[in-house]
Design a binder for this molecule. Structure first.
Ligand code: GLY
Length: 366
């Protein structure tokens, strides 16, 4: 039997270049790859969480040690509610207790929460050390591990404290997707659908007809994950700091974040983005800003992945949350308008127009 072939995607940004490897058996072989990507590293710390550590932490640490790098580990409690100043401080403390230096490397082994928080610890420890991202969820593979955004949450909002730190290497081992709960896998499909609406009509059509399931072959998963990382790579290479084009990656997020916050962060981010994407498409189509029929197309693709296309949250609550979005600028807010499958644009709207979008998009109950 042929071994599954891996895919290598090179990312070039103004502040750093790195490889993303998408494949199988990358956890067990990570040590040599990390050594090659960070040749001056004198030590590593693997940061993981209580969901992921039982599956992959010991293999990861063993591979790094076998490659000749002293390695410690720190496990944080799983979940977005722990992506806070307290946990971040504990990670820094563990890094200091492990005597990490400016040459050491942080290895983030987990989903988006671990990647964001360990990345932010790396960005700030001794004014910044290197980080390797080892995403273990679909969402973190296709989105948060690539592009260099790192952050923690404050009580008043998500990702309010953060930094840009491009990783030195990203290892996306699709075998780790097998141990995800079905809902967590589907969560990643929310960002996948978003990417295809932005930039890939071919993959969008394929997903609508043949939704990606967790049981898909490793080859198929590698293909879908790679195509999505290439979409994200093209955006972050052109606009690393989100001055323009990168804002389009927030498609579905203004209403999606509002739905997420109104649900008290109990519904997964990708589920909320999926609902937010359908809501904004219904509203912008109704206003004539999007191609006729677009909302129905997006709803079909979204529903095919077992993701929600609507929300039960009240219109007043969605409006209230959406206008607290950190993307708000005074009395205006930037929203990403899906124009057709394969194109989106950023539009600055007033708060009154935001209310209209909420009323038009979020009233439909499916
Ligand atoms: N998740 C959107 C971005 O990385 O810009």
């Amino acid at each position: 039997m042929n071994p599954t072939s891996s895919k290598l995607i090179h990312v070039d940004t103004a502040s750093g270049s790195y490889d993303v490897v998408v494949g199988t058996d990358l956890v067990s072989s990570c040590g040599e790859r990390i050594r090659a990507a960070v040749p001056k590293a004198d030590a590593a710390i693997v940061v993981s969480d209580t969901n992921v550590a039982p599956h992959y932490l010991s293999t990861t640490v063993a591979s790094i040690v076998d490659a000749g790098l002293p390695c410690s580990a720190f496990v944080v409690p799983a979940g977005e509610t722990n992506k806070n100043l307290g946990t971040y401080g504990q990670i820094l403390q563990a890094m200091a207790e492990a005597s990490l230096t400016r040459d050491s490397v942080v290895v983030a082994l987990g989903g988006g929460v671990v990647g964001d928080m360990a990345g932010f610890a790396a960005a700030t420890y001794m004014r910044g050390i290197r980080v390797v991202q080892m995403p273990t969820t679909l969402l973190s593979m296709v989105d948060s591990s690539v592009g260099g955004k790192t952050a923690i949450d404050l009580a008043v909002g998500k990702n309010l404290v953060g930094a840009f730190l491009q990783p030195s290497l990203v290892l996306a081992d699709v075998c780790t997707l097998a141990t995800l709960e079905a809902e967590v896998f589907a969560d990643g499909m929310g960002e996948v659908v978003k990417h295809t609406v932005l930039a890939s009509p071919a993959l969008f059509d394929e997903l609508t007809e043949r939704p990606v399931s967790q049981d898909a072959s490793n080859e198929h998963l590698i293909d879908v994950v790679s195509q999505n990382i290439e979409i994200k790579r093209d955006v972050v290479s052109a606009d690393e700091r989100e001055h323009g084009l990168r804002q389009t990656l927030n498609l579905g997020h203004t209403l999606g974040h509002a739905i997420e916050a109104a649900n008290g962060y109990t519904l997964g981010h990708g589920h909320c983005v999926a609902a937010g994407l359908c809501c904004i498409a219904r509203a912008t189509e109704e206003l004539g800003w999007s191609e006729p029929g677009l909302a129905r197309q997006i709803e079909r693709c979204t529903a095919a992945q077992d993701l929600p296309t609507t929300t039960d949250i009240s219109l007043d609550e969605i409006y209230r949350q959406a206008t607290h979005d950190k993307k708000r600028h005074g009395s205006t807010i930037n929203v990403v308008v899906p124009v057709c499958i394969g194109a989106a644009r950023i539009q600055t709207i007033t708060l009154d127009e935001m209310r209209t979008l909420v009323e038009l998009g979020c009233s439909a109950r499916g």
